[in-house]
Design a protein around this ligand. Structure first.
Ligand SMILES: [Zn+2]
Length: 354
């Protein structure tokens, strides 16, 4: 057994290796199959292990006879975009420190429509929340802030109306530095909303640092060590009351800058939680030595995930139109097929390299 995925064997180390490994859509499909069923086909309907591969690349379960494709039930289900294009998009999404906007993706990969590029990025974003993922531990700062809504041309009340009250939690590392973060929208700043956020995202036993807002009262009864910091006390000690919670404020300014930079502030309120998830995913992997590992993790989550279709994404709102409006036709990009690869992820017991 391998102890964790290895660079150069289980995930590519560079964009050059990405292109060498995945020259055809069939190579991409094989990689997804290996990620989804590393020990061989398992029927998603009856959990039977083992089956036959059909001529159309689907599997037939040896137990119940159901036929399943590798991408069925994943975000790649019934996609009309070739997998080579998906892999390049996933690489760009995972490897760029700031992520990528739909407009840039459309231009870079010559995707026919803005709508297709926008939907691809939202499908990738949709896999970034794992149910039951580990909560933050140790010493954690928690505070609320308003995020989004800084759209050019909107002033005063309207602009404010588009901002979303967001709770942010950040681990503090000793002697200094930040650990992981979590964030999410809040209905309001009531004790009910704030306590629900803290219990969802912070492990009991942790020390939770907040300001003196009454909504945070009672955290000690929920199993946390509550460190309340009052602005008045800070002032009387001669400290800057604006720097009571420096870690949360640092993360808040990073996501605001990212939304304004990469996405030009054109993120609508309905989809803001998905952008928050993307920010958190990338922030928590900011020290990852290999961007390829982030790509691997992204695709691993993607094959585990229920399909997301364009219509699911636009129930509440159409894609933002501050960028050029999506053309009416849905252009399907050409495949990026190249000569075949040797599929290193299928080669057992390679010597450790890199
Ligand atoms: Zn079955």
């Amino acid at each position: 057994m391998v102890d964790g995925p290895r660079v150069g064997v289980h995930y590519p180390r560079s964009v050059g290796e990405l292109q060498a490994w995945f020259p055809t859509d069939a190579d991409c499909l094989d990689y997804l199959e290996w990620l989804r069923w590393p020990a061989g086909f398992v029927c998603p309907r009856c959990d039977h292990v083992g089956g036959w591969r059909l001529a159309d690349h689907r599997f037939e379960c040896a137990g119940c006879g159901a036929r399943t494709s590798t991408t069925a039930g994943t975000i790649f289900d019934r996609t009309r975009t070739p997998l080579t294009v998906w892999f390049t998009a996933a690489w760009m999404f995972a490897s760029d420190k700031g992520g990528i906007s739909a407009l840039s993706l459309q231009r870079e990969l010559e995707i026919g429509s803005y709508q297709t590029a926008w939907t691809m990025l939202h499908r990738l974003r949709s896999v970034l929340v794992r149910p039951g993922r580990e909560r933050l531990t140790g010493t954690v700062e928690v505070d609320e802030t308003f995020i989004g809504g800084a759209e050019p041309g909107l002033r005063g009340g309207r602009a404010r109306g588009k901002k979303v009250l967001t709770c942010i939690a950040v681990e503090i590392r000793e002697p200094k530095g930040l650990g992981r973060c979590r964030m999410g929208p809040l209905a309001d700043a009531s004790a009910t909303s704030l306590q629900a956020f803290v219990t969802d995202h912070v492990e009991p036993g942790a020390t939770v640092i907040t300001d003196a807002w009454q909504g945070y009262r009672g955290l000690d009864k929920l199993g946390y060590v509550h460190d309340r910091r009052s602005q008045r006390a800070a002032k009387s000690r001669g400290e800057d009351p604006g720097e009571l919670l420096p870690a949360v404020h640092r993360v808040a300014s990073l996501i605001k800058r990212w939304l304004l930079g990469t996405h030009h502030g054109s993120v609508d309120t309905a989809h803001l939680p998905a952008y928050m998830n993307e920010f958190v995913f990338r922030f928590n992997r900011r020290r990852s030595r290999s961007r390829g590992l982030v790509f691997y993790r992204l695709l691993q989550l993607a094959v585990d995930h229920d399909p997301v279709r364009y219509h699911d994404l636009i129930i509440t709102k159409r894609p933002e139109r501050t960028s050029p409006p999506p053309p009416e036709s849905r252009g399907n990009p050409p495949s990026l097929d190249r000569p075949p690869a040797n599929r290193p992820w299928r080669t057992p017991d390679q010597p450790r390299s890199g």
